[in-house]
Write a protein that binds this ligand. Sequence first.
Ligand code: G3I
Length: 372
Amino acid sequence: MDGEQDSRRPGLSRRAALAGMVAAAAGAPAAAQTSGEGLAAIAARAGILFGASVARDIDEDAAYRQLYREETRQITTDWALKFDALRPDGERIRFEHADRLRGFAEDNGLAFRGHTLIWNENAPDWVRKKSTAELGRLFDSHIEDVAGRYAGQVAIWDVVNEPFWPDHGKPGGYRDGPWLQALGKGYVAAAFRRVASIDGKARLALNEAHTEHGDRLAAMIRPLLLRQIDELLDAGVPLHAVGLQGHLDSRLPADDKRFADFLREIARRKIEIHITELDVNDRRYPDAVAERDRQVAARYASFLKEVLAVPEVRVVTCWQLSDRYSWYADPDVRRKLLDGRAARPLPFDDRMRRKPVWQAMARAFSERRVTG
Ligand code: G3I
């Protein structure tokens, strides 16, 4: 099916595109893992494109820049391509930060993932004051301005981020915000169609949060996301991949086998699956660093064992690489989500040293056994 073009499901032929990118990222498959290899080289042999999100930190930290060169084959813009980063106080766009990250990707042969064109969360206040008609025009012009600037340079766009949040009480469980209010649930399809009309090369992904958990909200969001995928594909909307964030959380219930079953439901739609923001909120694990690191590594191992068994999983991206630059290091986030304790969520510690998570990820990639 890979090579065929399904008129209703245009994503099929693009699967080959990403498969090609993963294969290219893999380079000549080595016989065995050498000790100096980074995670991306190990992952590529398992057919996975591995990367991490980046913010302005790599502008300022040469050691961190080098870590990305050694460990990743793809970077995701953590903030630089979000609406509020580009247009913080009005229609004038500030591309400098995103341009630097794109240049870093190009200079180092890394696939560049744009996150995210449309997100109903954290729209600047000036946007929320716009009329419905003005919001419709801004929606179109924002996508044209941003997707147009990087046309042909973005490997994957997170076109729409987090479409659902049932606790907002909106019809269909959609996340509330200016784009939903102005355009209704059709904003999702409209965004994908508009990006595709501007950049025919980028693979287009719908990125969702929270489905990785085993709680009430995940159980509500999963069917909503499946229905959205079907509506988009049945309407011939160019959807090539679904991103599932993977912000694992020691405070929430988890059932990785059931999550993998959900991934197989998505896979039946013949679109790729990307784990897009992998990290662990370690708040419920012990204070003692050695034991905490062991439990965080075990959490990654359990999750990746089940997820990597699904053949349609083609991309795994951590949300930053080092604990020093994790979003959990932000004082507000640390206070709200960690009761003030410093988190240890990622493969590298705050001095760029490999942690047990790194070994757990390397093993999960090396031992990938695809089933069904
Ligand atoms: O760097 C600017 C600074 O120059 C400016 O003065 C200041 C004014 O508020 O903002 C600073 O930027 C902050 C940015 O992170 C720095 O990278 C923004 O305020 C802050 O809102 C932004 O938070 C990001 C958050 O999304 C909201 O965009 C986090 O870094 C980022 O990790 C987080 O990532 C989200 C994903 O996009 C979606 N999934 C959940 C994930 C975690 O919340």
